[in-house]
Ligand binder design. Structure first.
Ligand code: NAP
Length: 329
């Protein structure tokens, strides 16, 4: 058995392309004392990976050239030198874009509670982001209107469903009729605006007749700018992601700052690992809703580690429909 790994070969300027990655074969690593050897089964692809390909200053250090691309995986322990784990255990790891890896930083996951891939989506980092971002920063009250962009995606789908569970009116923004239909018919949002089809400002006015109390922003740019004009007095904006800017060579310049002043809007950035100490609470809550059938999800699955670069590029272009995953085995 040999390992295969995807390394960062060069840093993109603007859009990522497959030439930014290099695939390498190597000997299977052996676990040291305290470590487990994991065979990765699922690799998560996430928009933040674009930031890690850059060496610009951010909230964590980027990937060095020649290093394995970062990423979460769910895999199976195939050898253990750690008494807490045994062969066959299924674990969540940070092993990145590779078929096998050794680590002492693994968390056991329960296949009986949910399919393994869910620990990278609804019950994983994206779900936690939705939970803490909405609960702690958005602070929605029953009866309020919550809007979320990238609504059919990993984070957005959970935000909108939690908003409904917590008694709010839930409005999504997504690209294309198919995604919008999914958001309303399958996920149960009250409305969804197709930002690619219509005048966003006008459609938002119709979908949010009473204005917007919480905007959970996954995309930044023009959509964020337009939302500012629809926000109510003392409303909140959760600044979670800026995907529309991740491949831009110059950031979008916001025009509607006046709305922030006039309506005393509270804007706050969020990074999910600030809530690391409370992941257990989120997993319990999300796991409960999941078991009750209140959290639906959809996945975009591509097969094979060698296709991970293509998958990341597709995700950044919005070609995914639901949580983007790579099936490794
Ligand atoms: N702060 C944190 O701790 C944290 C944690 C996790 C994720 N995030 C952020 O949350 C956002 C969503 O992440 P995710 O994993 O759930 O991804 P996702 O929503 O499953 O996939 C990304 C989606 O973004 C939308 N998109 C792409 N380019 C766009 C553009 N130019 N304008 C508008 N929408 C665009 C596409 O949906 P449409 O086809 O509908 O446009 C695409 O499907 C990302 O910005 C990510 O960086 C932040």
């Amino acid at each position: 058995m040999r390992n295969r790994r995807v390394l960062l070969a060069s840093r993109p300027s603007g859009w990522v392309d497959e030439g930014n990655f290099r695939i390498e074969e190597s000997a299977l690593p052996q676990p040291a004392e305290g470590e487990v050897l994991v065979k990765n089964l699922w690799l998560s692809l996430d928009p933040y990976m674009r930031g890690r390909m850059s060496d610009a200053k951010s909230y964590v250090k980027g990937v060095d050239l020649g290093e394995v691309m970062v990423g979460q995986t769910v895999g199976e322990v195939i050898a253990s030198k750690n008494e807490k784990f045994k062969e066959g255990d299924k674990v969540l790891t940070q092993l990145g874009w590779q078929l096998y890896g050794t680590t002492r930083d693994a968390m056991r996951v329960d296949e009986k509670q949910a399919p393994l891939s869910c620990y990278l989506g609804t019950l994983g980092m994206p779900g936690m982001t939705a939970y803490f971002g909405l609960k702690e920063i958005g602070q929605p009250k029953a009866g309020e209107t919550v809007v979320v962009s990238a609504a059919s995606g990993a984070v957005g789908s959970v935000v909108g469903q939690l908003a409904k569970i917590w008694g709010c009116r839930s409005v999504g923004i997504a690209g294309g009729r198919q995604k919008c239909d999914y958001v309303t018919r399958e996920l149960g949002f009250d409305a969804c605006v197709d930002y690619k089809a219509a005048d966003l400002k006008e459609s938002l006015k119709q979908a949010c007749a009473a204005g917007v109390d919480v905007y959970f922003d996954n995309v930044g740019g023009e959509i964020f700018d337009t939302l500012l004009t629809r926000m109510n007095l003392h409303s909140r904006v959760v600044v979670c992601g800026l995907i529309s800017d991740y491949n831009a060579t110059a950031p979008y310049a916001i025009r509607n700052w006046r709305a922030v002043l006039v309506n005393r809007i509270r804007l706050q950035g969020m990074i999910v690992f600030d809530w690391k100490e409370r992941y257990g609470e989120a997993l319990k809550a999300l796991g409960g809703f999941f078991a009750e059938g209140k959290l639906k999800y959809r996945e975009s699955v591509i097969e094979g580690l060698e296709n991970a670069p293509r998958g990341l590029i597709a995700l950044l272009k919005g070609e995914n429909f639901g949580k983007q995953l790579v099936k490794l085995a």
